[in-house]
Design a protein around this ligand. Structure first.
Ligand code: F6R
Length: 592
């Protein structure tokens, strides 16, 4: 899940400031260490453990000379985060520089072979073997491109690799297998990167090389070669995300900016209604639907299941992508398998998608245009949240929900529900306006070691997502429960030190949820409720009440009630002195 960038400029200017700028945009992919290598009649490398800003203060990346180079920000998988393990890596003779994203399963074997041949290693990463293999094949007479191809023939696992050599100092080469990689061109030069936000500022015409292809960047252009080294005709896609969308624009953190942008994410995704209708027509009749996803996207999928089953009456399973292998055996030609993913690159979801393609119709609901799952699924619905940089998903979650509400509303011809969705942006804006109140009350929750989130029916996935937001950025242990499930065990954990957050919108499930609220209250829990403004019963039974617009019905509530829960997690994180955009151990895109 590391971030990688390469750039070769058209004019002979120093590339380091641009590389630094691009790699800074990818910090959400990992922040264990950072490094840049440039070519200036020799290979210059600066790299160290730490986040981009602090390493830059020490190493002054922008002073590096050279008209092309590569950069890397690391999320450690093989080898601890140390200066030595930071990328770029050089081969032992210091003539090849590489950056790598992914994991190599057979690196120990390859490393031992190279050591037996006399090669010396300086890191404990899997990646260093790549530089040494390329060098070995170049020493045997291959050019850089062929040496990279021959190297990849030896590798097992996932990789996106960007490399250059001082022995062929006019190009950068790059390739991928099960890891994302894009190539892009703009006015100033040619780029390669793990994802588009890195290069938006400089290039928005993007090509996505297929697995096994090699991209060759020189200061004259881009060439893409197939497995046999034959030039292929490529077509670029223009990315309509603007550079401003990927900047903080005056906000303290990306997370709060992205929470604030949620009404736009819904509005813009609603514009896809016509396209979604067409997708539904093309899909035709299905007997069964299965939703597959990870993390926050899995929570959006549970809402999808409830909608599809209750509105369309189609049997619908929902399964975590990494656990999909058993359910996958039941997929057939009458099943539609829907994959929900912000990045479109999540490894487990992609592997399940590969399986589903063998038997069933597949639909991907994805935020990042041109990502792997957009190419791999038969049908695609694109959510319109814009780039999400904060590691914790917020606006992409409500955009996913919007897409799945549209899908369920249209497939069941429930025009009333579809029409109601157009009120959601205003409800979200109203909820965001409560941020000062939530900031104030967040102070009451800093002390907590554990927290419980309860919801029933459509509010159950909201409880799961609220708990995930709290644990991933505040490091407070939090669990989301189906409210009715509490008395089957977890109630034993409730006492006067435990905050319980109850999601209780007006609707069919309200009376039962109220009973559960009273149960936890009776055991001394500190109750924070999110419900309809003016509800006296909630006021009476809760320590804190976050009041929402009473017009928001239970079925629509997931799109709006998540907002105060996101805000609560954000402000508790600030109170505890953590960075909400960079939670420990996590990265935005999970490609391993
Ligand atoms: C949590 C979060 C993750 C992702 C998960 C799936 O805030 O962002 O749980 O939802 O890693 O990622 P995508 O949606 O890119 O497949």
């Amino acid at each position: 899940m590391c971030g990688i960038v390469g750039c070769i400029l058209k004019e002979k200017n120093d590339v380091a400031p641009i590389l630094f700028d691009c790699i800074s945009k990818l910090e959400y992919r990992g922040y264990d260490s950072v490094g840049i290598a440039t070519y200036d009649n020799k290979i210059n490398v600066r790299k160290a453990k730490g986040d981009i800003e602090s390493v830059n203060e020490k190493l002054r990346f922008k002073n590096m000379k050279g008209i092309f180079g590569i950069a890397h920000t690391r999320w450690a998988s093989t080898g601890k985060p140390t200066d030595e393990n930071a990328h770029p890596h050089l081969d032992a003779t210091k003539s090849v520089a590489i950056v790598h994203n992914g994991t190599l399963e057979n690196y120990t074997e390859l490393k031992n072979e190279l050591i037996n041949e006399g090669c010396k290693f300086t890191s404990t990463t899997d990646s260093e073997v790549i530089a040494n293999l390329i060098k070995k094949y170049m020493s045997n007479g291959l050019n850089l491109e062929d040496a990279l191809r021959k190297t990849t023939e030896q590798l097992k696992g996932s990789y996106a690799i960007v490399a250059f050599s001082k022995d062929e100092p006019d190009k950068i080469v790059a390739t991928r297998q099960d890891s994302p990689l894009i190539v892009a061109y703009g006015k100033t030069g040619y780029f390669v990167a793990s994802d588009t936000p890195a290069v938006l500022e400089y290039a928005r015409d993007v090509i996505r090389p297929r697995e096994g292809e090699i991209a060759i960047l020189s200061n004259e252009g881009i060439d893409i070669h197939d497995k046999n080294g034959k030039s292929i005709k490529w077509k670029s896609t223009y990315i309509d995300w603007t550079p401003e969308m990927a900047r903080k624009e005056g906000f303290d953190h990306y997370m709060i900016k992205e929470i604030t942008e949620q009404s736009d994410a819904v509005k813009n995704t609603l514009t896809q209604k016509g396209k979604i209708q067409k997708v539904i027509e093309k899909i035709g009749k299905v007997k069964r639907i299965c939703l597959v996803a990870c993390g926050t996207s899995y929570h959006a999928s549970i809402t999808g299941k409830y909608l599809i089953e209750s509105l369309a009456g189609i049997a619908c399973d929902v399964v975590i992508a990494s656990e999909a292998k058993y359910t996958a055996k039941t997929w057939d030609e009458d099943t539609l398998v829907i994959f929900i993913s912000q990045s479109g690159e999540t490894y487990d979801s992609r592997m399940a998608l590969k399986e589903a393609r063998k038997t069933s119709k597949t639909l991907a609901i994805v935020n990042v245009a041109g990502s792997a799952m957009c190419e791999e699924a038969e049908f695609v619905i694109q959510t319109q949240a814009g780039p999400e940089i904060g590691v914790a998903a917020t606006k992409t979650y409500v955009a996913q929900l919007t897409a799945i509400y549209l899908f369920a509303g249209l497939i069941s011809k429930n025009n009333a529900l579809v029409d109601e969705l157009y009120n959601v942006p205003a409800y979200i804006d109203e909820a965001v306006k409560q941020k000062d109140y939530i900031k104030e009350l967040s102070k009451r929750y800093d002390f907590a070691d554990d927290a419980f989130y309860l919801g029933r029916g459509f509010s159950y996935p909201v409880a799961l997502e609220g708990a995930l937001k709290l644990k991933e950025i505040t490091y407070i242990h939090a669990e989301g429960y189906a409210a009715g499930e509490l008395k089957h065990g977890p109630l034993a954990l409730i006492d006067e030190k435990v905050p319980v957050i109850v999601i209780i919108p007006p609707g069919e499930d309200y009376p039962k949820t109220m009973t559960n609220l009273e149960e936890v209250k009776a055991r001394g829990a500190i109750v924070l409720s999110v419900g309809a403004k003016g509800d006296e019963n909630i006021t009476k039974n809760s320590n804190v009440f976050i009041e929402m617009n009473p017009k928001i019905r239970e079925i629509i509530a997931p799109l709006v009630y998540i907002v105060p829960l996101q805000l609560l997690s954000y402000y508790v994180t600030l109170d505890k002195g953590f960075d909400p955009d960079r939670p420990r151990n996590l990265a935005k895109v999970i490609t391993v």
